[in-house]
Design a protein around this ligand. Structure first.
Ligand SMILES: [Mg+2]
Length: 415
């Protein structure tokens, strides 16, 4: 398919609308707001995106356990974050973030996120960032599919809308339910005694909900699940998350062995159809994660009664706009939700927290925020984590202020 003018990435390329060039920090523009007149009424001039900056930040993890490990030997001990700054002619700028969590978790990878943003950015120059529906149509027209590449840009535009209106993003997404977000912690797949020890350590920090990573040998996984539940004690929730690592027969073996325990079975097999097959054989609560990546799949899963709960990951769905849509559909259909993202630093954590905060409390399960596990921060004002909960911001927009020294030099600029 032939496309209109394609962005050029040559450094110091001649400046035209929608073209990229390398950024010089000292070139920060000072653009004042303006008004336009319709008849005799002076209205604020429509806001326009004037420049999009991209940053890459590698953030090592710290905390109770050394690395984040799931089925198939997939491990992460640092986050490869892509952060965008969307600047406007009003002087307001918005921030967003995407971290695909390596290249083997979802059909997404960090360099893909950056390539997608470079592809989309020229189409957004001159667009009004406060018109989120139009922004998303423009992004879909510029790049078919690849929703995760649109997430950071969408989040940044919500940040701008919030700052423009003086409202926190949670208000724009529906309002605040409660004053805190209960969190869970993922326990990496490891020998059962190690997993039980990490649970006890995290309990002492106030966490009561845990996700036990499984999806390896069924006999070992049964022991892992029982060890985590024993260490957790009463009062919390456990998700046995295979991350698609079991075959249908392996999943059946494990689910049959734990059917009398109080826990969710999470994404037992890779495909939606295999998960559904296992689901139909047992009555344990089921949670789907990786395999629900669009409204179309969610609608099918609701029709199939394929799950009791779902993990809504903001970037997998393409940002806050799409996540809000799926959130509201789930709420209307009685499906409990874990609101989270594939990974996040402080900027992404703020976006997750606003979406969770605007989700009715009786519909949301514990959420996951990784920003308290980072070796350094990328922004101030992000949700504080204490006593197993996150405390949302009530400041306009996302309520965060990026720490520019932590972001380094931008790796691209489009204007
Ligand atoms: Mg999961």
């Amino acid at each position: 398919m032939k496309k209109a003018a394609r962005a050029n990435w040559t450094p110091n390329f001649s400046m035209e609308r929608g073209q990229f060039r390398e950024l010089r920090l000292e070139e920060a523009s000072s653009i004042s707001s303006a008004t336009e007149t319709r008849g005799s009424i002076a209205l604020p001039a429509s806001m326009k995106i004037t420049r999009i900056l991209g940053f890459r930040v590698l953030v090592p993890l710290k905390g109770t356990y050394p690395s984040y490990t799931m089925s198939g030997g997939r491990t992460a001990d640092e986050f490869d974050s892509t952060i965008v700054c969307v600047q406007t002619n009003s002087g307001i700028e918005g921030w967003g973030e995407v971290i695909p969590l390596g290249a083997s978790y979802l059909p997404a990878y960090p360099e893909g996120a950056r390539a997608g943003i470079r592809e989309i950015a020229p189409a957004l120059i001159g667009a009004d960032p406060t018109q989120l529906g139009k922004i998303n149509y423009k992004m879909d027209a510029a790049l078919c599919g690849h929703p995760y590449t649109k997430s950071a840009l969408d989040i940044a535009c919500w940040d701008i809308l919030g700052k423009h209106t003086g409202l926190p993003v949670s208000t724009l997404l529906g309002g605040q339910f409660g004053n805190r977000i209960r969190l869970y912690r993922a326990i990496p797949i490891a020998p059962p005694e190690d997993m039980a020890g990490w649970v006890r350590d995290l309990k002492s920090q106030g966490f009561v909900d845990f996700q036990a990573k499984v999806g390896s040998d069924p006999v070992g996984d049964i022991e892992r699940i029982k060890a985590v539940i024993d260490a957790m004690g009463p009062g919390g929730s456990v998700y046995a998350d295979a991350n698609g690592g079991w075959t249908m027969s392996q999943a059946a073996q494990v689910v049959r062995a734990v059917r009398d325990l109080d826990l969710f079975i999470e994404q037992p097999c890779q495909s939606y159809e295999a998960c559904l097959s296992v689901r139909r054989r047992f009555d344990n609560p089921f949670l789907l994660d990786e395999s629900v990546d669009s409204l179309a799949v969610l609608q099918r899963a609701i029709g199939d009664r394929a799950m009791d709960a779902i993990s809504l990951k903001v970037s997998r769905l393409g940002g806050l706009t799409n996540s809000r849509l799926l959130r509201d559909v789930c709420a209307q259909n009685g499906i409990m939700m874990r609101i989270e993202d594939t990974a996040c630093t402080d900027i992404g954590a703020a976006a997750v927290c606003h979406l969770a905060h605007s989700t009715p409390e009786h519909m949301r399960l514990a959420a996951s925020l990784a920003n308290s596990r980072l070796s350094f921060h990328t922004a101030t004002g992000a949700p504080e984590v204490s006593d197993g909960c996150a405390w949302p911001s009530d400041k306009p927009g996302l309520g965060i202020e990026p720490i520019r020294s932590a972001l380094g030099e931008p790796i691209f600029s489009c204007e």
